[in-house]
Design a protein around this ligand. Structure first.
Ligand code: FPP
Length: 257
């Protein structure tokens, strides 16, 4: 899903820092981000990895507001993967506490900007205190009508697809769904993103060029954009650079122009 910038924000565009964007070109509806490089950012500065994660956390709100200002409707951020449990206990504990810190520091501004927070992943496997923060964030921002800031937390693309297939198989067994009714659309309805359009653009920071089990179904036709910049150094200008690159792409979805 795409939309034009013009008309959405009228004169408010002049006050933002996106002067170099083509205001007549389409902006993505849904942008997904792999926020990578926190650890290396910290190492470069002789700091513990956790300092990198905290610095990374501080970037999230600015990018969400920058995205909202140009008319992006959904931002899905990879905050913790199903594979991240393999990290040292202390780092995992820190990451599990980050949503709480994020909410405490940023909720006020997020409310001011009308941001709706969501979380997707195996949320029931998170520590109780993280689940509590997730519930609170969703509850507090539920009625906001601005950008959807969707955190993938304890998320894995293969896990998502596996869970979807299991649920689908149960529905077939129960006679709720007929085998001939299994289509791309019906499969989509079992995914965690069932009420969101697929990402138009995926951004990954830190120079790694892979998907890492993120949104495996949904990224089928997304444009991909990679940068060497570590996530804690990622600014609004870098974000708009990605959007500009997106605006120059010719999307054909397998067809012809
Ligand atoms: C990958 O960098 C980053 C993560 C596993 C965590 C990302 C989380 C945040 C930026 C904070 C999210 C904020 C909230 C509110 C949940 P890495 O540690 O793999 O970096 P490295 O590859 O340099 O080691």
């Amino acid at each position: 899903m795409l939309q034009r910038i013009r008309g959405f924000f009228g004169s408010s565009l002049e006050s933002t820092q996106d002067q170099s964007l083509d205001h007549n070109a389409v902006v993505p509806y849904h942008v997904a981000v792999v926020m990578d490089g926190n650890g290396r950012w910290a190492k470069k500065r002789g700091l513990p990895r956790t300092a990198g994660h905290r610095a990374g956390m501080k970037v999230v709100k600015n990018i969400a507001i920058a995205a909202d200002e140009i008319g992006i409707k959904v931002l899905t951020m990879y905050a913790f993967s199903t594979e991240n449990w393999k990290r040292p206990r202390q780092e995992v504990d820190f990451l599990m506490r980050l949503p709480e810190e994020f909410l405490r520091l940023e909720l006020h501004d997020l409310m001011k900007h009308n941001v709706q927070m969501r979380f997707m992943g195996a949320l029931d496997r998170l520590p109780a205190y993280t689940q509590e923060t997730v519930r609170e964030a969703i509850e507090q921002t539920r009625s906001n009508t601005g950008i959807i800031l969707n955190f993938a937390l304890n998320y894995g693309g293969r896990r998502e697809i596996t869970d979807a297939i299991r649920k689908l198989a149960e529905d077939v067994k129960e006679g709720i769904l007929l085998p001939e009714e299994i289509t791309e659309e019906s499969i989509r309805s079992y995914l965690l993103t069932h009420d969101l359009p697929d990402p138009d653009l995926l951004i990954r920071t830190s120079g790694e060029i892979r998907i890492s089990n993120f949104l495996l179904w949904q990224l089928a036709y997304s444009e991909l954009w990679f940068t060497d910049v570590y996530w804690p150094d990622f600014t609004r200008e870098h974000f708009y650079e990605a959007i500009r690159s997106f605006q120059l792409r010719g999307r054909r979805f397998g067809g012809l122009k």
